[in-house]
Ligand binder design. Structure first.
Ligand SMILES: [Zn+2]
Length: 179
């Protein structure tokens, strides 16, 4: 997948399917994309193990993709269960509270929060989160695979820490406060 800046990271055929799954913004389409990406990655892993070859670089990329897809699948199922409980709640509350529809205010949400540019692009990433403070140097870090939304004009970047990892950050932070 070539970026419109013309700089191309090393790509593999399976990588397109992986990125398509990762970058799909329509939740309803994610399950199909995820399926396609998983089989593309697995197929490639099989091919590589058959000829005992492959470039180390690609093996690493495949490993990252496998992890990324795992996280995506987990987020998807969490989102789906949230969806079903949310829609149940909505049905219950329509008679009593017909007022607020918070989802309506999404206008302009695609613009950079810093410079309002529309020139934002999503990038898959691997981020190693360290706990702050000297005494936390030995604490294990938390690895996340978020999709980064990078403003290509000012560099402002945002991402959402997945729920599972967020819980770890929360618990560890609470622990080091009371320690
Ligand atoms: Zn910006």
């Amino acid at each position: 997948m070539a970026s419109r800046n013309g700089y191309v990271t090393k790509t593999y055929p399976w990588n397109d399917a992986y990125l398509a799954a990762l970058l799909e913004s329509d939740r309803k389409k994610i399950p199909a994309r995820l399926q396609a990406a998983e089989s593309a990655v697995n197929e490639r892993l099989h091919a590589l193990s058959a000829d005992h070859g492959g470039i180390p670089h690609e093996r690493q990329a495949l490993e990252d993709a496998t992890n990324g897809l795992k996280v995506l699948r987990q987020e998807l199922s969490e989102w789906q269960s949230r969806q079903s409980s949310a829609s149940a709640q909505r049905r219950d509350s329509t008679s009593s509270q017909p007022a607020s529809e918070p989802d309506q205010s999404n206008e302009g949400a695609d613009n950079c929060k810093s410079c309002k540019s529309e020139n934002q692009t999503a990038f898959p990433s691997k981020i190693n989160i360290h706990f702050p403070g000297k005494r936390n140097l030995t604490k294990p870090t938390v690895l996340v695979f978020p999709t980064l939304l990078v403003c290509l004009d000012c560099g402002f970047t945002e991402f959402v820490t997945p729920e599972t990892e967020l819980r770890v950050l929360k618990e560890e932070t609470a622990q080091s406060r009371t320690a």
